[in-house]
Design a protein around this ligand. Structure first.
Ligand code: IFM
Length: 803
């Protein structure tokens, strides 16, 4: 059973039933102002900081049919009074004749038909603006005139999202609303807000006369506080109470008497929900966005932004589901994760929960470099600001205050206070940025380290290159008894938290990969001495990994603080971990025969029809020495679940061994597009990757959770574009190195690269997975597989013959 379909031509996914198995969302705006909107029009909106400047209240844990954040009521005048319904289905849950929610690029468009009324609402945030627009068009589809009222409603939250849930006295005593009447007869319902200890104004208004309003939830719902959102008592009165709340649960409800809509007639109502330092500051904008033509222009501006973003890489492969993902949904998700890190989703609800994660964003950024490299650089710079002088990095931070924290390691007193991997990811991100842009000057840019003096001034600055070197040095000096990097609080796998002294095979491989990248970079910028020194570090870590970590059929994952192996055939549980296999291939540490055997073990033991499990078998019961991983039942999340983030690493490893058929099979089995028809058991959105799917040890095998903000987006995008399709930026040019399914006759890609556009046409006449016989650039054969940097602003033709 499906709940919608992909319309690639219109660049939307169309949800056709509002009762999706889980709430399905889309992001609007940016972290500057925005949030997400669900398929029933519910919304969570914040400005600058989802934790400390939340605007409307969205509690994802409530049942799907409950009001969340924002809705719209329409009421039809009938002889006995009013018939009230929501054209968004929630919260009135009426029977609808037609419903469609178009999940677009930065917008939601909900079209519904109830009781002969068609409502079309386009919900978006204009580029660089601090207001959410709902452009609502209401049409009478019946043959009779209908008299109706339109009542949009928002429910505010306290600005501190956590306090809203933990302090039920102070919070309601701070909530205050006021109505402001404009000269032109419009009204603006305002609500006090605060950001960074300064007072602000939330505002809710429309382009239509407001006859009355409500700002108190209790009065709106009625029945002395026992009213419900499904049928708010006050909507059965002619007018709302016009109450300006000075405490309590604040809402904004605006009564619009549309009057009589003749058969076929329509009316357009535009609502604005925004925040500003003062109304005066935004009055011009408020007035502008009352004009449908200006709103339409803003919507076109948003469309143009996305079209430009997506146009940088366009593919045409023999696989329709891959094309659907690569030409829209996957790069869109990369941009969303780049913007929101792990700061705001249905699953992550602000700083303290996660904020911007250092390792997360360093990986996310690599997913957008082909589309928006300079936005990527800005994020890289931000991350470097929270790198410590010793080279390690703060685990997460608030991008507004740049206040950072050591993440979950704060909470376990007896565990190390750093993560062994964070700082190494940034090496990969910086190298990827320079390969994409050629901007080696970036290496000299001075950026402060995190530590500050009493006045808040940085204690030390260093060039970007110096930051990278400190990261490498940190790991080099922080090794345990087997010469492998110490685990710290954790490595990429947040949930294995072993006491001090444990070593990480994953971090050893990540360090090896970072060293490989540094050697290549240093040779390019002609620092041969350091390149050689790093090469020696690489060789020595490779030796340790192969000497101590090969378990016969795969690599082990950790040594614990007693020197015992974890991820070994000797263990009863957690015998094998995927990352130790994929990354020993990616780092180049595994010799070919071991690499092949390790990947076969992954296939034999960890692969399922829904994706590759992170480890097997799952631990069954809490073990305080291992930590978080053992809090999950077997088959969930990191404990034997299908942790999607790690699947593309296996795909990449397979391409490195030339196994295009296997790499693509792994790609396909997690492609959300292909879940569209089985989505009832999968549950999450079929248009973006989730973080995890329950594994085959779990009774709900195949159920997905934690969609949108996951490193899966960036890595599947990289695995598919750079490794399966094999078009990879390099310092010298664009490497063409496909590793595709042998059945493919070829594929095409259009890629913008360093101020030129390349139309790449790959042909596979011999039905192989990997290998290049000939490359023609604008009709002339070139030597090797690297298209040189042309930077001439022109379109070039590249013909590639595999063989
Ligand atoms: O690597 C982490 C990530 O930083 C946050 N989510 C879970 C992943 C695996 O533990």
């Amino acid at each position: 059973m499906s709940f919608g379909y992909f319309d690639d031509a219109q660049k939307v996914y169309v949800i056709t039933d509002p009762r999706t198995p889980a709430t399905w969302i889309n992001y609007i705006g940016t972290i500057g102002f925005g949030g997400f909107v669900d398929q029933t029009g519910g919304a969570l909106i914040c400005k600058g900081d989802p934790a400390l400047n939340r605007i409307i209240k969205y509690i994802p844990q409530l049942p799907n049919g409950d009001f969340k954040g924002e809705t719209l009521y329409i009421r039809i005048k009938v002889p006995s009074g009013y018939k009230v319904f929501s054209p968004f289905y929630v919260p009135t849950l009426d029977n609808y004749d037609r419903y469609e929610c178009r999940v677009g690029l930065g917008y939601m468009k909900i079209l519904s038909e109830f009781y002969g009324i068609r409502t079309e609402a386009v919900i978006f945030v204009p580029m660089n603006q601090s207001c959410e627009i709902r452009d609502i068009c209401i049409t009478n589809l019946t043959k009779e005139p209908i008299e109706l009222d339109v009542i949009p409603v928002v429910e505010y939250t306290h600005f501190d999202a956590l306090k809203q849930l933990t302090n039920a006295d102070w919070v309601p005593q701070t909530m205050q609303s006021k109505i402001v009447e404009e000269d032109a007869g419009y009204k603006i319902l305002t609500q006090y807000a605060f950001m960074n200890k300064e007072s602000r104004i939330n505002y809710f208004t429309s382009n239509y006369p407001i006859s009355s309003f409500e700002s108190d939830r209790k009065i709106f719902l009625g029945n002395r506080g026992y009213g419900i959102w499904k049928c708010p008592k006050s909507l059965y009165e002619d007018e709302l109470s016009n109450y300006e709340a000075r405490r309590g649960d604040n809402i904004g409800a605006l009564m619009h008497h549309i009057g009589i809509l003749e058969s076929g007639e329509h009316k357009e109502i535009i609502t604005q929900l925004g925040q500003a330092a003062s109304l005066r500051e935004v009055m011009q904008d408020i007035q502008r966005y009352r004009d449908p033509a200006i709103v339409n222009k803003a919507f076109i501006g948003l469309k143009e932004f996305w079209e430009n973003y997506l146009s940088k890489i366009v593919v045409d492969t023999p696989d329709a589901a891959m094309n659907t993902m690569l030409n829209m949904h996957n790069p869109r998700q990369c941009y969303i994760t780049k913007n929101w890190s792990r700061y705001l989703s249905q699953y992550q609800l602000g700083f303290g929960a996660r904020g911007i994660g250092f390792r997360d964003s360093a990986q996310d950024v690599m997913g957008i470099l082909g589309h928006a490299p300079e936005e990527g650089r800005e994020l890289i710079e931000m991350l470097l600001h929270v790198q410590n002088r010793n080279g390690s990095a703060m685990h997460q931070f608030n991008p507004v205050t740049m206040e950072a924290s050591a993440g979950d390691s704060r909470e376990m007193e007896d565990r190390p206070k750093y993560y062994s991997d964070d700082h190494l990811w940034i090496v990969l991100a910086v190298c990827a940025y320079i390969k994409e842009t050629g901007n080696t000057a970036f290496l000299s840019k001075q950026i402060p380290f995190y530590e500050k003096d009493k006045e808040g001034k940085p204690l030390e600055w260093g060039s970007v290159l110096e930051h990278l070197k400190r990261g490498i040095e940190f790991t080099k000096e922080d090794c345990g008894v087997h010469g492998l990097p110490l685990l710290g609080f954790a490595d990429w796998n947040d949930t294995v938290n072993l006491p001090y002294g444990a070593e990480s095979v994953f971090t050893a491989n990540l360090y090896g990969t970072a060293l490989k990248e540094m050697v290549e970079l240093l040779r390019y910028i002609r620092d041969e001495a350091l390149a050689q020194a790093y090469e020696e570090c690489y060789v020595s870590m490779k030796k340790n990994v192969n000497q101590y970590c090969w378990d016969g059929k795969w690599y082990i994952r950790y040594f614990d603080h007693h020197g015992q192996k974890i991820g070994s055939n000797e263990n009863e549980k957690g015998k094998i971990y995927a990352n130790a296999q994929s990354w020993s291939v990616i780092s180049g540490f595994a010799p070919y025969d071991r690499a092949a055997v390790a990947l076969q073990s992954v296939n034999r033991i960890l692969n399922t029809r829904n994706g590759i499990k992170l480890s097997d078998p799952g631990y069954d019961g809490y073990d305080s020495e291992k930590g978080g991983i053992t809090t999950y039942p077997p088959g969930a999340k990191e404990n034997g679940g299908i942790f999607l983030h790690s699947n593309p690493w296996v795909m990449m490893a397979e391409t490195m061994l030339g196994n295009g058929d296997q790499a693509f099979a792994y790609y396909n089995q997690i492609n959300p597009v292909l879940k569209n028809d089985v989505v009832e058991s999968y549950e999450c959105e079929p248009y973006c990757y989730p973080q995890n799917i329950l594994g085959d040890e779990h009774p709900q095998f195949g159920l997905a959770r934690n969609s949108w903000l996951s490193g899966t987006a960036s890595w599947v995008y990289q695995a598919s574009v750079k490794y399966i399709l094999g078009v990879r930026p390099n310092y010298e040019g664009l490497m063409i190195d496909p590793c595709i399914p042998s059945q493919w006759k070829g594929f095409r890609m259009r890629k913008h690269f360093r101020n030129a556009v390349f139309e790449i046409d790959v042909k596979n006449p011999e039905g192989i997975c990997k290998g290049i016989k000939q490359v023609l650039l604008d009709g002339k054969e070139i030597e090797g597989q690297i298209i040189p940097v042309l930077e001439d602003g022109k379109v070039h033709n590249v013909q590639v013959i595999m063989g």
